[in-house]
Design a protein around this ligand. Structure first.
Ligand code: NAI
Ligand code: MG
Length: 354
């Protein structure tokens, strides 16, 4: 398969971890006979420094022309610590999601057998945890009308969802559930919010076309609790933008290190793959960042193009590195292995996987 991949490494540890993911994709390319072409472009603080814009037009063009975007992370302390900064790196990612119409954010959360002691939860609680969150990414309260009264004592954010917005992500979530353990939990606040009641109606109706998937409902407050009490009960969680934002960050703590968690954001015509973590500026250039979240994001990219065997080879190579203890300091404080060495080990294993 020929794939044109836009490479947006970004700031902080972004370039280091993304380079490891590229090594792995190149190993897949050689081993399985594909042709991946990478086009690098600037985003975030690096792009502000050069062009005064966190998402220059040239970068957006590269992304729009590509089959997929592999994204690192953005963010730099020089902007985080300046409340008056007019242009911020994060605006680059938000605009990119919007421009590419990436309405569906997918975050798989899985506990690795050899890393159970890394979780803040007890082993018997997290055993068997393997779920995926489908979060709506371009609607809801984050994109609703905002206003502040003239005297500054009252503020409004409104939450709007249309049937079409709910329906397109619901289909994706049902399809995912059908290919997994066939359970879908819609998380909402239908006892209070009108928009949540619309979600329930639309999702229930769509569920009729997926009779093999068991659909259930959970209020967001209970879901936040259940995620810590019994995370293994979930298979696919479907939820709106803000609830999904909060729940997915809570979920990322369950696995033990944010350095392990990949994500995908998809739309009608585009798809972007990135680690869940940020630019971790304290680790920049130190060769200590965990590259696994980025490498597993590359595996999700392969999944997206139905390169199942290739994706499996990447995941197996990652598991091998964990099993052998070839991991970064977030997983083992006395580890002597660096980001780049781990990338070499995993990509080397992919090459052996034929
Ligand atoms: P962060 O995710 O960069 O780091 C938080 C902590 O997580 C780190 O102190 C470290 O202990 C751990 N961590 C993160 N990535 C790791 C990795 N690969 N290996 C090992 N440990 C890792 O979040 P923080 O510190 O809140 O934000 C730093 C910058 O990143 C900010 O400018 C923020 O705006 C930006 N950010 C960007 C995101 C993106 O590009 N999608 C997402 C989140 C934050
Ligand atoms: Mg968040």
């Amino acid at each position: 398969m020929k794939l044109n991949i836009a490479l947006l490494k970004g700031d902080g540890i972004g370039p280091e971890v993304t380079s490891q993911a590229v090594k792995c994709l190149q190993a897949v390319e050689d081993t399985f006979g594909h042709e991946f072409q990478f086009t690098e472009a600037l985003v975030g603080a690096a792009a502000i420094d050069k062009y005064g814009d966190p998402l220059p037009k040239a970068t957006l063009d590269v992304c729009k022309k590509a089959d997929a975007v592999l994204f690192g992370a953005i963010g730099d302390p020089k902007y985080d610590n300046d409340p008056d900064a007019k242009v911020r790196p994060e605006q680059g990612l938000l605009r990119l999601r919007k421009e590419l119409g990436l309405f569906c954010n997918i975050r798989p959360i899985k506990v690795f057998p050899n890393l159970m002691e890394k979780s803040p939860l007890k082993k018997k609680v997290i055993q068997g945890t393997d779920f995926v969150i489908y979060r709506e990414l371009t609607g809801g309260i984050y994109f609703g009308e905002k206003s502040l009264s003239e005297d500054g004592t009252s503020a409004t954010d409104s939450c709007t969802y249309t049937e079409a917005e709910i329906s397109r992500i619901a289909h994706l979530a049902f399809k995912a559930a059908k290919a997994r353990r066939k359970k879908l939990t819609l998380v909402d606040k239908a006892n209070v919010l009108e928009s949540s009641r619309l979600w329930r109606r639309v999702v229930t109706k769509i569920g009729e076309s997926y009779p093999e998937v068991a659909l259930d409902f959970m209020f967001i407050d209970n879901a936040a609790m259940q995620l810590l009490l019994k995370p293994s009960q979930f298979d696919v969680i479907l939820t709106e933008n803000m609830f999904g934002d909060i729940l997915s960050d809570e979920g990322s703590a369950v696995g033990g290190s944010i350095g392990l968690l990949p994500s995908a954001s998809t739309g009608e015509n585009h798809a972007l793959f990135e680690p869940v973590h940020g630019s971790y500026p304290q680790a920049k250039g130190k060769d200590i960042a965990n590259p696994i979240a980025s490498i597993l994001s590359a595996a999700m990219l392969l999944d997206h193009f139905k390169l199942d065997e290739e994706s499996r080879a990447v995941v197996i190579a990652v598991l091998k590195s964990i099993k052998k203890g070839i991991v970064s300091p977030d997983l083992n404080t006395s580890s002597k292995y660096g980001t780049s060495h781990i990338g070499d080990f995993i990509s080397g294993n992919i090459r052996d996987s034929e």
